[in-house]
Design a protein. Structure first.
Ligand code: NAG
Ligand code: NAG
Ligand code: NAG
Ligand code: NAG
Length: 291
């Protein structure tokens, strides 16, 4: 066989090898865990992705696991932003993010703080508009306090050292929330941040935000917080579209929406711990957005 007849075959073999190597065009997926969770919690979930979209690269962020997840979020996002930045630098074609519970607030913080290449951000039952409700986590962090008293600790300099305080949103103490919240109120530009335009520019680099949540969650309170809705002072729900940060487009949510980049999923029948463990949720509401 002459060299000339070999060459096309060799090229074909090399091309095929390249195609296998670079995979199938699915973007890498990065996962961020929730409070008192760890990078290990996503093992089964990431396996589902690999099964359906073979050879998708995945990374579960191994930082602030377990008890460390209660460290204040201002500190957490600095380290997590570095991990994400390094991963994005080595994946310049863009990545997808899946962030669960408190992890969704961490991911939003990172997306507002750095120039990123995240295509789709899936916010999996995350208290994006804050939390105001008793949960098992709350009892662990503030054992002797009832919901209506948490503000006394959360809204103080020392209290803001604990992650939950950073997004504790007491509708009866909004003055203190605005005064003390160093994280949620700043990300939302509710307390005017000199960086708000940068936050918005960075956030709107996102192509799509997919928000999953539902009425049977049992932990995120109100559950509508997973879709940026929240209580007013009478504990009635004000939907995202009537919230000031949306109407004023304070961090780019309305911009994203006007581009068709906002997907809201209300899914009944799913308790908080099952969002990453329910295969139907994965197949119907997550997989279709991973491309
Ligand atoms: C803040 O929390 C860290 C642990 O996360 C602790 O080491 C530090 O002493 C705390 N600081 C204050 C002012 O409470
Ligand atoms: C994103 O945030 C970084 C850090 O605050 C800032 O340097 C950069 O200018 C922002 N990007 C845009 C597009 O504004
Ligand atoms: C943030 O809020 C301040 C004060 O209300 C406003 O002047 C500024 O334009 C807002 N930032 C953005 C990005 O809308
Ligand atoms: C799983 O999700 C479906 C909705 O997709 C829901 O109807 C069902 O109750 C869920 N089951 C569990 C155990 O979470």
């Amino acid at each position: 066989m002459s060299f000339h007849s070999m060459a096309p075959r060799l090229t074909f073999v090399l091309l095929s090898a390249c195609m296998i190597y670079t995979g199938n065009g699915y973007k890498p997926v990065v996962y961020m865990h929730g409070i008192f969770g760890s990078y290990k919690e996503s093992a089964g979930f990431l396996k589902w992705i690999e099964e359906e979209h073979s050879s998708t690269e995945t990374l579960s962020i191994d930082a602030y696991n377990n008890a460390d997840s209660a460290v204040n979020l201002m500190q957490q996002i600095q380290d997590i932003a570095q991990i994400l930045q390094a991963y994005m630098n080595s994946h310049p074609g863009g990545i997808n993010l899946i962030c669960y519970s408190q992890g969704g607030l961490i991911c939003r913080g990172v997306l507002e703080h750095i120039q990123h290449n995240v295509d789709t951000f899936i916010s999996l039952s995350s208290p994006q508009a804050g939390q105001f409700g008793d949960t098992q986590y709350l009892k662990y962090l503030f054992p002797h306090l009832l919901r209506d008293q948490v503000y006394r600790i959360a809204y103080s300099e020392e209290g803001q050292n604990i992650s939950v305080s950073n997004y504790w949103n007491d509708p009866h103490h909004q003055d203190l929330y605005l005064k003390y919240s160093k994280y949620l109120a700043v990300l939302n530009n509710e307390t005017f941040s000199p960086d708000s335009q940068k936050f918005k520019n960075n956030f709107t680099l996102l192509k799509r935000l997919v928000m999953l949540g539902g009425p049977d969650d049992g932990v995120i309170t109100p559950w509508q917080s997973s879709h940026f809705g929240f209580y007013d002072k009478d504990l009635n729900i004000v939907e995202m579209k009537n919230q000031p940060w949306y109407t004023n487009d304070w961090f780019g949510l309305r911009t994203l929406d006007s581009r068709g980049g906002l997907v809201t999923k209300v899914i009944p029948g799913v308790q908080h711990n099952y969002w990453i463990r329910n295969h139907t949720v994965f197949m119907d509401h997550i997989l279709p957005y991973l491309n």
